[in-house]
Design a protein around this ligand. Sequence first.
Ligand code: NAP
Length: 457
Amino acid sequence: MSKGSKTIETINPCNGESLKTYPYQTDSEINDKLKLADTIFADWKTKSINERTELLDSLYNNLSHSKEKLSELITLEMGKPITESKAEIDKCLLLIQFYKKNAEQFLADVLIETEAHESYISYDPLGCILAVMPWNYPFWQVFRFAIPTLTAGNVALLKHASNVTGCALAIEELFLDSGFPKGAFQTLLTNHDTIEKIIGNTIVKAVTLTGSEKAGKSIAATAGKHLKKTLLELGGNNACIILKDADLDKYLDTIVKARMQNSGQSCIAAKRFLVEETIYDEFLEKFTEKIKALNYNNPLDDKTNMSCLARPDLAETLEQQVSKSIDKGAKVHYGNTRDKAYYQPTILTNISEDMDVFKEETFGPLAPIMKVKNLDEAIKLASKSSFGLGTMIFTEDYKTASKKVLDIEDGAYFINELVKSDPRLPFGGTKASGYGRELSKEGILEFVNKKTVFINK
Ligand code: NAP
């Protein structure tokens, strides 16, 4: 989509073929959507939680019946291997089940004993919530916002990443087909300027953004000007620590997945490998073998596990970060070729803290590997990041590793597991990775008015 254009064109990043062109919605169409959201909210908020979660059953069925078709749409629009698109839909199904089972309990009034006849917390919906979402998990990111937020009685407006506009419209259709009232979940097709204006509209009560630090700063500044709550899920630069006693036979596949899943385009991916010196050579050799064996092929083929990046400019940015780091002394151990949106899985060694691949988020299949003396040095380096999404560590001495919880400044610390999202656990970051939490009970309570009710007889 070019600046100033009135249409959005989606393009298959793996072959450059145009998929579809969508017209922007007009100002008047967008105003109608805002008004409809407001009208529907007045009724939707009066429904019992049970009435709302009942619709989750039909949403579950519709999503599960359309899994093949929607997985293909994800792969065509943003390029990820089809098996990963299917896994993304499966994860959305788990999320639906999770909130279907737990929402009533999460949103129940909490009685608090005071001198009042009765006092309690009532979790009331806020109204219309605007979500600005990224392309890397085009269904999962939207669902993990929408399911708890709608179940809590809010209504939603989605501004999805332009390159996954087909997914955005398919999600809106799923909600409608599942019996959600027209207006409870609506997709906006528009540009950044209009989104900034919509944030100022009194109908919009809060904003959530998953995306880059730059977008987060811009959206949060606008929301701040209008005193509206924001939730930000931004980039990450997670460290993956491998200690000398790590069980590589058991965990090497997990470690490879930590960096290479979604062709490296995951906010919580392992982006800096900190490896204890006594296991460094063995790790490098075994890790490289695994990277060489990745199947880089047609993303619609079930056997493919690596693919192109979601846009050619993303591969170009990654190539530049690597090239600037090479200028500062990084060595290419494996890979580093690019063809349009395809960037070969790459391993860099001889990394120092002043390099882009250490300081910045790298969004693609790149593994910078650093040698460290011991656990303490690794933890220190792990925290040397402006981001704070998560840290993972692989060691057989989980007891010592678990004593380091307080030293980790991030939103997550995973021992002998890759940092991952799970509907049952809160998800979110610190520092430049954003604030607020999605998923679990914490997530459903982000967009509610935690109202104090105090009753004297
Ligand atoms: P992006 O460029 O920031 O875009 C994200 C979304 O924000 C898109 O819908 C984009 O719309 C929109 N946007 C950007 N600037 C805007 C503005 N000024 N006003 C209104 N909307 C704006 O990020 P991306 O490249 O799509 O996604 C990758 C980034 O997301 C990475 O940094 C990744 O780490 C992060 N991410 C974080 C999480 C998390 O949970 N923490 C999860 C996934 C991804 P257009 O497409 O129209 O530009």
